[in-house]
Design a protein around this ligand. Structure first.
Ligand SMILES: NC(=O)c1ccc[n+]([C@@H]2O[C@H](COP(=O)([O-])OP(=O)(O)OC[C@H]3O[C@@H](n4cnc5c(N)ncnc54)[C@H](OP(=O)(O)O)[C@@H]3O)[C@@H](O)[C@H]2O)c1
Length: 227
C-alpha cells in the first residue's frame, strides 16, 4: 500500500547540501536540474520538509511542458502532488509554493494543525498525524490516496528521518565538484541509528555522469553485490 520512496539529493564532495548563507547554494548543473525534472515527472508525489520550504521558497514543479503533456496523456494530473511535512505548523501562506502547480498536502501534528488553523484554506489539505510526525503513518496515508511513487527532495532532517526508519527504497545522489567546508552548513544526513549501522553496505545500483556531476543510485534495503 505504501509508495516507493526515492530520496533525491545534491551534495558537495564533503557531504553538504547547502552552504550556511541566506541564498540556496546551487549544486546541480543545468543538465542535472533537467534530470531532476524528469524524476519529478515520473513521480506521483514530491515531498520536502518545512525548513526547506521556509528557506528556499521552492515551487517543486515539473518545468518541462513536454513532460507535463506526457503525464496528462497518461491519465495523470499535470503536476505531481506536492507534500510538506511540518511538526510546528509555521508555514507562510504567501510563499510561491502555495500559488502554483496542482494538489498540495501538508502533514503535521495536532498542535501544528492548530497553529495552521485556516491559514492554508483553499491552498492545501492539512492532515494531522497525531501528537508527532510518524513517517510510516504518513506513507500509509499517501498509499491510501493511490500515490505509488514518492520523490523526497530534502532537506537533511527529512532524509535522515526516512533513511533511519528504514523507509527509503532508493537514494539518488548527485555529487557536485564543490567543497563547502563549513560545519554550520546542512548535511545530507545527520546523526541517527541507521538500519544495519556502518556495517550495512547498501547496493550501488547505478553510477553515471552528468557533465561535471557524478550521479550515484543506491538501494538502501539491498545488500552490496560486492562484499
Ligand atoms: N542539495 C539538496 O539536494 C537540497 C534539497 C533540499 C534542501 N536542501 C537544503 O536543506 C536545508 C534544510 O534542511 P533541514 O534539515 O534544515 O530541514 P528540512 O529537512 O527541509 O525540514 C525539517 C523540518 O521538517 C519538519 N519535520 C517534521 N517532523 C520531522 C521529523 N521527524 N524529522 C525531521 N523533520 C521533521 C520540521 O518542520 P517544522 O520546523 O515546521 O516543525 C523540521 O524543522 C536547506 O538549507 C536547503 O537548502 C538541499
Amino acid at each position: 500500500m505504501r509508495p516507493h520512496v526515492m530520496l533525491s539529493v545534491a551534495v558537495s564532495i564533503d557531504g553538504y547540501i547547502d552552504d550556511a548563507g541566506p541564498e540556496r547554494l546551487l549544486l546541480s548543473n543545468a543538465a542535472d536540474f533537467d534530470r531532476v525534472d524528469a524524476l519529478r515527472a515520473d513521480s506521483d508525489a514530491i515531498l520536502i520538509g518545512a525548513e526547506t520550504l521556509r528557506r528556499d521558497n521552492p515551487r517543486l514543479l515539473v518545468n518541462s511542458a513536454d513532460r507535463r503533456l506526457r503525464r496528462v496523456a497518461a491519465g495523470k494530473p499535470e503536476y505531481p502532488v506536492r507534500v510538506i511535512v511540518t511538526a510546528g505548523g509555521d508555514l507562510d501562506p504567501d510563499l510561491r509554493f502555495w500559488h502554483s502547480g496542482g494538489e498540495r498536502l501538508v502533514y503535521t501534528t495536532d498542535s501544528g494543525a492548530t497553529r495552521i488553523g485556516d491559514r492554508l484554506a483553499g491552498l492545501a489539505e492539512v492532515v494531522s498525524l497525531g501528537a508527532a510526525i510518524e513517517f510510516d503513518a504518513l506513507l500509509d496515508d499517501l498509499g491510501k490516496r493511490g500515490l505509488e511513487r514518492l520523490m523526497v527532495e530534502g532537506g537533511g532532517s527529512i532524509h535522515t528521518a526516512l533513511l533511519s526508519a528504514g523507509l527509503a527504497d532508493e537514494v539518488w545522489m548527485a555529487v557536485a565538484p564543490v567543497v563547502v567546508g563549513d560545519p554550520a552548513a546542512p548535511r545530507f544526513l545527520g546523526p541517527a541509528a541507521f538500519p544495519g549501522g556502518p556495517h550495512h553496505r547498501m547496493q550501488l545500483a547505478d553510477v553515471g555522469r552528468v557533465g561535471d556531476i557524478a550521479l550515484l543510485r543506491y538501494l538502501p534495503k539491498e545488500d552490496s553485490d560486492v562484499g
